[in-house]
Design a protein around this ligand. Structure first.
Ligand code: F0G
Length: 354
């Protein structure tokens, strides 16, 4: 099946695309929906798929919202974009600013950004400010600065971001022929769960889907304000992408949960890393830790005794593992990389073949 990897064209009717919207693309969307080899049976699901948003141009789902937001910013006359980020938003904003010839400014929490993401923003020529504070502080500052200066704010508080991101829900329905019964998704600033719920809702109202999924959102236990019901002042988790204590789209996440008869639950860092390992080893899916939260949550529900038989679930894999090589190497067993002489006998011995 050939799909257009350009959401502004493929889904123009459902997006705020006008005759004046400039249409450039790096190839967003059209991402694979991969059937599980091992977990589906292990959890007793009828079907389990992974939506590989990690295969977007900059390696995360952010590109869907960013291509829309930056195109609209250009349409409205902007010459520069600004965002706060745990890493992926800044990588994506920097890439799309380069595509459209704008300047990009990003504010990130110092010491809590995976190396690959910082490398991307740097390579694309963004101006990066690291602050001694959390993502939530960075977002407050970015909002204030965007009022003080002539800058387009491209965080998901920008409504065009949510519009672009909802197209992932369209793609899932277009491919499966209907909505799944369950959609599992990591939740940080809560823009993405809001966007998926909107996308499923729009397709349902257009009768392109016969149902809407229950939305199961998962936060890291050290950064789970939507689970506790109160902001977390000092969020902490290995999944730095979702290390967020006061999500901007709080209300959108609660609506997605309640209107879908879904849930938002916490998963521990150990559960996240276990899912991260299983995805890589058993499914061929190398994602970043935050992305594994969707699978960790599904596994945890199963362990808690929830009957998943009859369910068709989609877990959203939000970002690629290449973003965060440090976590991958820290998880490697000691014997994974060995040094030997450049010699067949030495390699035979090292691998235990002789
Ligand atoms: N997964 C990844 C890989 C992310 O980068 C993010 C958010 C999320 C999940 C959560 O999505 O915020 O819409 O609930 N990253 C943002 C950033 C905050 O700055 O890159 P959300």
């Amino acid at each position: 099946m050939t799909v257009t990897r350009f959401i502004l064209e493929r889904y123009a009717d459902a997006l705020p695309v006008t005759a004046e919207t400039p249409l450039r693309t790096l190839g967003e969307g059209g991402t694979p929906l991969v059937r599980s080899r091992v977990l589906e049976g292990a959890l007793g699901l009828e079907a389990l798929y992974f939506k590989l948003e990690s295969t977007n141009p900059t390696g995360s789902f952010k590109d869907r919202g960013m291509v829309m937001a930056v195109a609209k910013a250009v349409e409205e006359g902007a010459t520069a974009v600004l965002c706060a980020s745990t890493g992926n938003t800044s990588a994506s904003a920097a890439a799309y600013a380069a595509l459209y010839g704008l300047r990009a400014y990003v504010i990130v929490p110092a010491g809590n950004i995976a190396l690959g993401k910082l490398a991307q923003a740097t390579a694309h020529g963004a101006e990066i400010v690291q602050i001694d504070g959390s993502f939530d502080d960075a977002l407050d500052l970015a909002r204030e600065l965007s009022e003080r200066h002539d800058l387009a704010l491209v965080n998901s508080v920008n409504p065009h971001r949510i519009e672009g991101q909802k197209t992932a829900a369209f793609e899932i329905v277009d491919e499966l022929g209907d909505a799944p019964s369950l959609l599992c998704i990591p939740v940080g600033n809560a823009g993405n769960i809001t966007a998926y719920w909107r996308g499923f809702g729009e397709y349902y109202r257009l009768e392109r889907a016969g149902r809407r999924p229950r939305m199961w959102g998962f936060q890291a236990a050290g950064a789970a304000p939507l689970v506790s019901g109160a902001p977390v002042a000092e969020p902490e988790t290995i999944a730095t992408a979702i290390r967020i204590g006061n999500p901007a789209s709080w209300q959108g996440a609660i609506e997605a949960r309640d209107d879908s008869d879904g849930l938002i639950a916490a998963v521990t860092d150990d559960e996240i890393l276990d899912a991260y390992r299983r995805l890589a080893r058993d499914e061929g899916v190398f994602c970043e830790p935050a992305s594994a939260a969707s699978v960790a949550g599904l596994v945890a529900r199963s362990r808690a005794g929830v009957d998943l038989s009859g369910e068709t679930a989609v877990c959203v894999i939000t970002g690629t593992g290449l973003k965060d090589p440090d976590t991958a190497m820290a998880m490697a067993v000691e014997s994974a990389v060995q040094e030997t002489a450049a010699d067949v006998d030495a390699i035979d011995r090292a691998l235990g073949w002789t």
